[in-house]
Design a protein around this ligand. Structure first.
Ligand code: 3PG
Length: 211
């Protein structure tokens, strides 16, 4: 971590605006990581979130980074140590399920585009104190769905969101229609056991959504 880095919110906004959906990937077989990334990028989803929930996640990030056009980040980053590991593996952005002061400060100091999870007003206020205003609304459905995000948008109209958690191909358009939603995150693009053809088809469908 270096104090000389400066945090630029436009960087995470650029990532969020690249495609309407960020596939949330739980890579169990690292041998398939590169070809899955190719299927996603070919389908139009260039931003890929690899969750640090499996032992091979960092290796998956490295392999996916070899795919031309892919913008590969780490998800489920819950502390500063994991942030460093994710950065070491070449992550181009960082997603966390929640926001602690420690992780937030480390992320801002790192200069990496950072998308922290928030679920309520207090979480957002912690983020604003750190100079952040782009957030993952998580877990989107369990935290109240669209009515909850609309309610939070009143006091926090300056914030922009990537709802994630319980969103499906069917509900995605309604979320994307919200003014302050730049993109969605979701695991529905790469369900367990899906073939490359299926992943590619799901990516194409998601990439065609408007955001
Ligand atoms: C995440 O880590 O962001 C969520 O587990 C993704 O939620 P979903 O599986 O409901 O899409």
């Amino acid at each position: 971590m270096s104090d000389t880095q400066t945090f630029d919110p436009s960087e995470i906004e650029r990532v969020m605006k690249t495609a309407p959906v960020i596939p949330v990937l739980v890579v169990k077989d690292v041998g398939k990581a590169r070809e899955q990334a190719e299927a996603l990028v070919d389908g139009g989803l260039k931003v890929l979130e690899v969750t640090l929930r499996t032992t091979d996640a960092l290796e998956a990030i490295k392999r996916m980074n070899l795919v031309p056009g892919a913008i590969v980040g780490a998800g489920t980053v819950i502390n500063a140590r994991q942030l460093d590991e994710a950065r070491g593996a070449g992550s181009e952005f960082i997603v966390s399920p929640g926001l602690t002061q420690d992780l937030g400060a480390a992320a801002v100091a790192s200069g990496l585009p950072f998308l922290p999870g928030i679920a309520n007003a207090g979480d957002i206020m912690r983020g604003l104190d750190l100079g952040l205003n782009h957030f993952k609304f998580f877990p989107a459905m369990a935290a109240g769905g669209i009515p909850a995000l609309k309610a939070l948008s009143g006091p926090f109209g300056q914030c922009l969101f990537c709802p994630t958690g319980g969103i499906t191909a069917e509900t995605a358009p309604e979320w994307l229609a919200m003014r302050n939603v730049l993109c969605l995150g979701g695991s529905w693009i790469v369900p367990d056991g899906a073939s490359l053809e299926e992943i590619n088809a799901r990516a194409r469908e998601a990439a065609a959504l408007s955001n």
